[in-house]
Design a protein around this ligand. Structure first.
Ligand code: GLU
Length: 500
């Protein structure tokens, strides 16, 4: 029988969850769910110097927002952090005695050794190796200490670490599920520190012990861990454990093919939330950073991703993070929202003074699709409000009266009066017709008159009267949006302005 699929996401709380981490978590989640397996979350907090206090909370909140909920380990339940499962604690700093036990076992078996080298000596070794064009790493001096020398130094509490003893010969290889066979010469692999002088394990020891103890079947992680994998495999070998499958995901790149940087978009997941990206849109976009279904389909819900995802279709080469594509996805998902949901979404991005106002829900339901044509995300909306581009939807516009004059109409008393008379006729037409919120119906009321008088002569001042802008949706759309009463009020204001 096939071994049960168990995957994990193992973030270090050295910062906030970024899109790269979200992708790793998503792929691990998809693989587990596809096989009715288990997806667990483990916190790798052994790097105490880079520990960020609200990191764990941020990681969990980001994942919960995206809808990726771990089955085991560290997770949020009713907004409280839960840490439970058969392996005990899933926070590495709470498992120190376990790592210590395994490190001591390695020492007993001669697969690891105490190292007492000072930072100064290590710096010298580094320089020498560089000068001799040797791969960076430790020179193995302390591996040659006799048992009694080690005892002696330990009894004096000399500063020490525990290092892995890599064989000098041979090679370590594995069949990576994304890259195929990967081979490292053992001689090129450093005698990695396993236990640091502060007593904490390094990531390398802790990750192997935990992936084993937590029965992980597939390790899915970023490409930056490839060079660590031979060390991990050597540990599996020394412990006599069967290693998991490894899948190293391609790098995320900026559009200029440089490594994705914070500046160019690798911002925290919750920043995307704040900008108004919908979780499903972000997940769909992130899923495609390295994977594709092998056909033309681009829209995949989380459920559909679970059925369609496969590591076979994850590429080796870097995946370009294209923010325009993310914007496209977001609008596609905004279009799928229920009209009421879209209204709520839009309301959240209105400026404060408009948020507190009572709004006519029917009006907002008519307005929302119009706004959606012009934005990809809430942040675009907020920006347009800030630039005063959308205020006329909520307040009567103000504008200089010359703006009401069409091309050849002179800014003279006659020109203003002529325009005022035309607008008065429009008021009359609207007044005589039944009220309508259908732009085609409104067009049928006004358009014949515009055809007769000259389109620009009628439609330009009408549009300015309704929006106060040089550019805006056409006047029929605006009039149907505002309704009879508000439309007439705005045109009357224009007529008064022209007559002043
Ligand atoms: N703690 C590592 C990280 O933050 C996890 C690497 C792994 O998945 O093995 O990326």
């Amino acid at each position: 029988m096939l071994k049960k699929i168990r995957t994990r996401f193992a973030p270090s709380p050295t910062g906030y969850l970024h899109v790269g981490g979200l992708r790793t978590a998503l792929y691990a989640y998809l693989l587990a769910k596809q096989h009715q397996g288990t997806f667990l979350l483990r916190i790798e907090d052994t790097d105490r110097e880079r520990y960020v206090s609200d990191g764990i909370n941020n990681i969990l909140t980001s994942l919960a927002w995206a809808g990726i909920n771990p089955d085991e380990g560290v997770r949020l339940e009713n907004n409280t952090i839960v840490n439970s499962g058969p392996a005990g604690s899933y926070i590495q700093s709470e498992r120190l005695s376990i790592y210590k036990k395994y490190a001591e076992k390695l020492i007993e078996q001669g697969h690891a050794y105490y190292c007492f080298c000072t930072p100064e000596r290590l710096a010298r070794v580094r320089e020498e190796r560089q000068a001799n064009k040797l791969p960076p790493g430790y020179d193995g001096l302390c591996a040659t200490l006799s048992e009694s020398e080690v005892k002696e130094k330990l009894s004096h509490n000399t500063h020490s670490v525990i290092r892995l003893k890599m064989p000098e010969h041979g090679e370590t290889k594995w069949n990576d599920l994304i890259r195929g066979e990967v081979i490292f010469k053992n001689d090129d692999v450093d005698d990695q520190v396993l236990i640091k002088s502060d007593g904490y394990p390094t990531y390398h020891l802790a990750v192997v012990v935990d992936d084993h103890e937590m029965n992980i079947s597939h390790v899915i992680r970023g490409e930056e861990w490839i060079s660590s994998t031979p060390k991990h495999l050597m540990l599996y070998h020394y412990f006599g454990w069967e290693p998991p499958h490894f899948a190293h995901l391609p790098l995320l790149l900026n559009s200029d093919k440089s490594k994705l940087s914070k500046r160019q978009g690798d911002v925290a997941v919750l920043d995307y939330k704040a900008k108004g990206y919908l979780p499903d849109a972000l997940l769909n976009f992130v899923a495609f950073l390295g994977w594709n279904p092998g056909n033309e389909n681009e829209i995949f819900s989380l459920e559909q991703l679970i059925t369609s995802f496969s590591l076979d279709k994850v590429g080796k080469s870097g995946a370009v993070f294209n923010i325009e594509k993310l914007d496209w996805y977001n609008r596609e998902y905004l279009k799928k929202l229920h009209p009421e949901e879209l209204v709520d979404y839009i309301l959240a991005y209105l400026p404060n003074e408009l948020q507190t106002k009572e709004h006519d829900r029917e009006f907002l339901l008519r307005l929302a699709p119009l706004l959606l044509e012009r934005i990809h995300k809430g942040a675009d909306l907020a920006q347009m409000f800030e630039q005063g581009e959308l205020t006329y939807y909520f307040q009567e516009p103000t504008y200089p009266k010359e703006l009401l004059l069409w091309k050849n109409t002179k800014a003279t008393r006659e020109g203003y009066m002529e325009t005022a008379e035309r607008l008065q006729h429009v008021i009359k037409l609207i007044n005589e017709a039944p009220a309508s919120n259908d732009s085609e119906a409104v067009k049928a009321i006004i358009f014949p008159y515009a055809e007769k008088e000259g389109r620009g002569e009628i439609l330009w001042p009408l549009r300015v009267a309704l929006s106060g802008k040089e550019k805006s949706p056409d006047p029929f759309t605006l009039a149907s949006l505002f309704g009879k009463h508000e439309t007439i009020k705005r045109i009357e204001f224009a007529v008064a302005l022209l007559s002043s």
